[in-house]
Design a binder for this molecule. Structure first.
Ligand code: GLN
Length: 477
């Protein structure tokens, strides 16, 4: 049986009815990894013996007749910026090439308490900076739909692993689109919850006011199941919210009658692929057919989102990455004195994009430019948030493309960082406003490359976008 093709909820039923064992399932995934990994390169580290031990524990539980949790025995993979106790966590950077965390991120503690089976750590852009995994210090992951294309990023390994059947679900992180954009490029579901829904404790910080962890899955049902497992208040993260966590699977309801969906005109930008715009338009028609009301709306400050994000995110990154000084963490490159040692370490061990962001960030924060750049960006961020607050007075969800194009060719944008930054236009406003957003597959272009649809919700209203996404998934062609 090709178990790797199944969803977590299907596998849960097969485990419960004892038609398969967790060990057999885990082995099936490792066989699939052996078969696909050479061409895809989704993984940075495989944790086979640990995975088989967890699977064995689950099988013992099942044979004792005990209940199993929804993710118990389900094979998953974790983005390599999420700390895993005793397992290397490199952030796809040379500066953390030997970093073995002495603790688990809160999301890992939660997954481990369900005995989810971690198969390994997956590739990403270095420190989650990028949109293609080309910024990984180790290798570029390939898009399973077309090996000449990027899988997106920064959670490219997470998306490719799910799309290639090399994991049943994965965790990624999303600072400006890094879960939703690769999900869109690889034809899987990706969810960024409201800022604060999921603890960031143990997520290596990129831009702390924007970062959120979230799931990448094969369908919306699995997405709700993983959210149930990892959301919630955590005393180790002061920004995690005390808001009650609903049972997200209760929102898996095939009904959008009366739902008001806003289509922001600013998101259908110049340079957007026609095929992407068309796919999103036919999705809109389907929603209408299913009884939703489509309303054209305006989010007037959208045009400032990229510049705002690319000041705030690098400013926070420059601050967060100060800690990699050759003393406290990771690698060190020697020098004659401490200044030379730190300089050598940071020059040699950080990649180009990370250095670029550190320089932009420090520039924007420096005494002479703070008011003109960083402070101004914070003010515009508030205007972008207000755009959404105003829009949500009239609509329940906002619908947009996830990205302006399909997956681009490896190398196509590698030497043009600005062009790459512009790819984030549909996703960064959601992080700047702290809102929940989901990307669901909504079609393919002529070359069979997946296209994604983004649904954005009100703060803490993950439930409505799950319901809308689920309804779409059940009814799409
Ligand atoms: N592509 C964006 C960036 O490069 C988003 C990254 C992310 O969400 N981690 O910053």
């Amino acid at each position: 049986m090709k178990l790797y093709e199944k969803t977590a909820h299907e596998l849960h039923d097969l485990l419960k009815s004892k038609e398969i064992s967790a060990t057999e399932l885990t082995q099936n995934l490792f066989e699939r990894i052996d078969e696909k990994e050479k061409e895809i390169g989704a993984y940075l580290e495989i944790t086979k013996s640990q995975a088989l031990e967890t699977a064995k524990r689950v099988d013992e539980k099942i044979s004792r007749g005990e209940e199993i949790a929804p993710l118990e025995g389900i094979p998953c993979a974790i983005k390599d910026n999420i700390c895993t106790k005793g397992v290397k966590t490199t952030c796809a950077s040379k500066i953390l090439e030997n970093f073995v965390p002495p603790y688990d991120a809160t999301v890992m503690t939660k997954l481990n308490s369900q005995n989810a089976v971690m198969l390994g750590k997956v590739n990403m852009d270095e420190f989650a900076m990028g949109g293609s995994t080309e910024n990984s210090a180790y290798h570029t992951t390939k898009n399973p739909h077309n090996l000449e294309r990027v899988p997106g990023g920064s959670s490219g390994g997470s998306a490719a692993a799910v799309a290639a059947g090399e994991a049943i679900f994965t965790l990624g992180s999303d600072t400006g689109g890094s879960i939703r954009q690769p999900a869109s490029y690889c034809g899987v579901v990706g969810f960024k919850p409201t800022y604060g829904r999921i603890s960031r404790y143990g997520l290596v910080a990129f831009a702390s006011s924007l970062d959120q962890i979230g799931p990448l899955t094969k369908d919306v049902t699995d997405c709700a199941t993983v959210l149930n497992a990892i959301c919630g208040l955590d005393e180790m993260d002061s920004t995690s919210t005390a808001a009650a966590v609903p049972d997200f699977t209760k929102s898996l309801v095939n009904d959008v009658k009366g739902l008001k969906i806003g289509l922001p005109k600013e998101y259908f930008v110049d340079g957007m692929d026609n095929e992407v715009a068309d796919a999103v338009k036919s999705a809109t028609k389907l929603f209408e057919k299913l009884g939703a009301e489509i309303v054209e709306i305006s989010l007037p400050h959208t045009g400032f989102a990229i510049s705002t994000y690319y000041l705030i995110a690098p400013a926070e990154a420059a601050t967060n990455l100060e800690r990699y000084d050759g003393v406290s963490y990771g690698a060190r490159v020697d020098g004659v004195d401490v200044v030379e040692m730190m300089t050598n370490t940071r020059t040699e061990k950080f990649g180009e994009e990370v250095k670029r962001r550190i320089m932009i960030g420090n520039y924007a924060l420096s005494a002479g430019y703070y008011d003109a750049y960083y402070l101004k960006a914070l003010k515009v961020r508030t205007l972008i948030q207000k755009d959404f607050t105003d829009a949500f007075k009239n609509v329940d969800v906002v619908l947009t493309p996830t990205a302006p194009t399909v997956a681009f060719k490896i190398g196509e944008m590698a030497n043009d960082p600005l062009k790459m930054y512009l790819q984030d236009i549909c996703t960064v406003p959601v992080n700047l406003a702290g809102l929940p957003g989901i990307s669901v597959p909504c079609g393919f272009n002529k070359e069979n490359l997946p296209i994604g649809l983004q649904l954005i919700g009100k703060p803490l209203d993950e439930e409505t976008i799950i319901r809308a996404a689920f309804t779409f998934e059940q009814n799409r062609d």
